[in-house]
Design a binder for this molecule. Structure first.
Ligand code: NAD
Ligand code: 6OD
Length: 485
């Protein structure tokens, strides 16, 4: 019997008459029935958040907020297996990944920002004055107020908590809307928040869709002071328009069409391992995944052959199977989108090195959103498949002749989120990394994360940076106090 996923407002779990299905992409089975928040429900959530700011939460010290954040992390760890099961049921991602990345990172996000807010200070400037007595400037950090958190489906828990934790650490009150595709881990988090005693209204959860639903009601709400959003670039544009009326603060982590560059001096085993990870992890549904792989012409054929062998060896299977390396896409609708790019690649003249279709299992998985890992070659750089984000287990591999050409090809994109460089030449690594137009560049690795570092994108890939002090800076409003001595 599928369970109900409710909204959580002012410390209470709220039902709704309008409901939608949460579907498992492994086999199309029903995971839960989700109560959709209408405009009045979103109004209530924003009101509850505002009242929380005026209540005890507004008076909590950073140390008190940090202590609560640690309790949330304890609560997540205490129900670790429930979170893992919820994330797997919504996304179909392998158990091994949910257990080692998605859920531990959720808890780590709370612990990290708890410790950062407990230890961070503010600025102080002494200045001279004409009377010789001087003046002292110091700044204090206030919360922005009510923060709307809108999150996507690819790493649902990791990306929700990545925004929630610093926003709460900085003293804001939250209205969060998870993706309609993946509401289950957020609903569990509401239970944890409730159980560990987060004051009512500090964390509110509303479920629903984007346009003309909870997403739009929240982003256009005049009682919301800031929106922090992760998702598609086109959704970012829509949210920007909706948020314009009361000039909300915005932090956007958007789409990518990330390049990997493999030089002829790369450790090829390492480069192949890393590229398999950077193309196919989470079935290609990580915003940081490499969808464009540029390989020096002298090693191109060998690289493509070895990448093909590795793609074909990926163990596709049920998420609960410890051996599974790749699961389905998140939904049939998303699979239709990715398949339309596989068809477009053929029309555009690509060579399909491997994949290009959907697997057949002969069991209930044929009702799921499974797709083949796919490698393309032979497309011109102007092809739509090379320019547009596909967000599936697919890359296009192209040869380059010189370092300058590789950099130019990597930068010839409307996006600028992440890049990966594979080389054993240290000077080249530094020289090339700084020329890549992206917010994050990895050298001889991929998706290695230190939570203190700035995270975000340039061009269509986002606005602003989060991570470490950059998150606390976004979620806080500094006030300068100038004392004439
Ligand atoms: P999406 O933009 O379709 O949806 C994200 C969230 O926005 C969902 O909660 C959705 O309901 C909501 N939404 C949709 N339309 C809205 C509207 N008009 N107003 C308010 N809310 C609205 O993205 P997705 O398909 O869930 O996620 C995949 C995309 O996210 C990819 O483009 C990927 O690159 C990007 N992404 C970026 C990062 C990053 O850090 N840069 C991280 C993860 C995913
Ligand atoms: O690891 C993170 O902090 C992060 N924001 C990852 C984003 C992944 C995109 O899909």
């Amino acid at each position: 019997m599928p369970h109900d996923i409710k909204n959580y407002i002012a410390g209470e779990f709220i039902t709704s008459t309008c409901r939608f299905d949460d579907v498992n992409p492994v086999d199309g089975s029903l995971v839960a029935v989700v109560h959709e928040a209408d405009r009045a429900t979103v109004d209530k959530a924003v009101q509850a958040a505002r009242e929380a700011l005026d209540g005890p939460w507004g008076l909590f010290s950073a140390a008190e907020r940090a202590a609560l954040l640690h309790k949330i992390a304890d609560g997540i760890e205490g129900r670790f297996d429930d979170f893992v099961s919820a994330e797997i049921a919504d996304t179909g991602k392998p158990l091994a990944q949910a257990r080692t990345l998605d859920i531990p990172r959720g808890a780590a996000n709370f612990r990290f920002f708890a410790s950062l807010v407990s230890t961070s200070g503010t600025e102080c400037f002494e200045m001279g004055t004409t009377d010789g007595a001087g003046a002292l400037n110091y700044s204090i950090q206030k919360p922005l107020g009510v923060v709307g958190v809108i999150s996507p489906w690819n790493l649902p828990f990791l990306l929700l908590t990545w925004k929630l934790a610093p926003a709460m650490a900085a003293g804001n009150a939250i209205v969060a809307k998870p993706s309609e595709e993946t509401p289950a881990s957020a609903a569990l988090l509401a239970e944890v928040m409730h159980d560990v005693g987060i004051p009512p209204g500090v964390f509110n959860l509303v479920n629903g869709f984007g346009p003309d639903s909870a997403g739009e009601f929240l982003t256009s709400h005049r009682g919301v002071d800031a929106i922090t959003f992760t998702g598609e670039s086109s959704t970012g544009s829509a949210i920007m328009r909706a948020a314009a009326d009361n000039v909300k603060a915005l932090s956007f982590e958007l789409g990518g069409k990330n390049a990997a560059i493999v030089f002829d001096d790369a450790d090829l085993d390492q480069a192949i391992d890393g590229t398999v990870r950077s193309v196919f992890s989470n079935c290609g549904q990580v915003c940081l995944c490499s969808e464009r792989v540029y390989v020096h012409e002298s090693i191109f054929d060998e690289f493509v052959e070895r990448l093909k062998d590795r793609a074909e060896a990926l163990r596709m299977g049920r998420p609960e199977d410890e051996q599974t390396e790749i699961g389905p896409l998140v939904s049939i609708a998303h699979r239709d989108k990715v398949l339309s790019y596989y068809a477009l690649a053929r029309e555009e003249g690509a060579d399909i090195v491997t994949g290009g279709g959907i697997p057949s299992f002969g069991d209930e998985r044929d009702n799921g959103a499974w797709i083949e890992p796919t490698i393309l070659t032979g497309l011109p750089e102007s092809a739509r498949c090379v320019r547009e984000e596909i967000f599936g287990p697919v890359c296009h591999v192209a040869p380059f002749a010189s370092e300058e050409q590789a950099i130019a090809m990597a930068n010839d994109s409307a996006y600028g989120l992440a890049g990966a460089i594979w080389t054993t030449n240290l000077s080249r690594a530094h020289r090339v990394a700084r020329q890549i137009e992206a917010g994050i560049v990895w050298v001889n690795t991929w998706y290695l994360r230190d939570l203190r570092t700035p995270f975000g994108g340039v061009k269509l890939s986002g606005i602003g940076r989060e991570g470490g002090i950059h998150s606390l800076a976004f979620y806080s409003e500094p006030t300068n106090i100038c004392i004439k001595l």
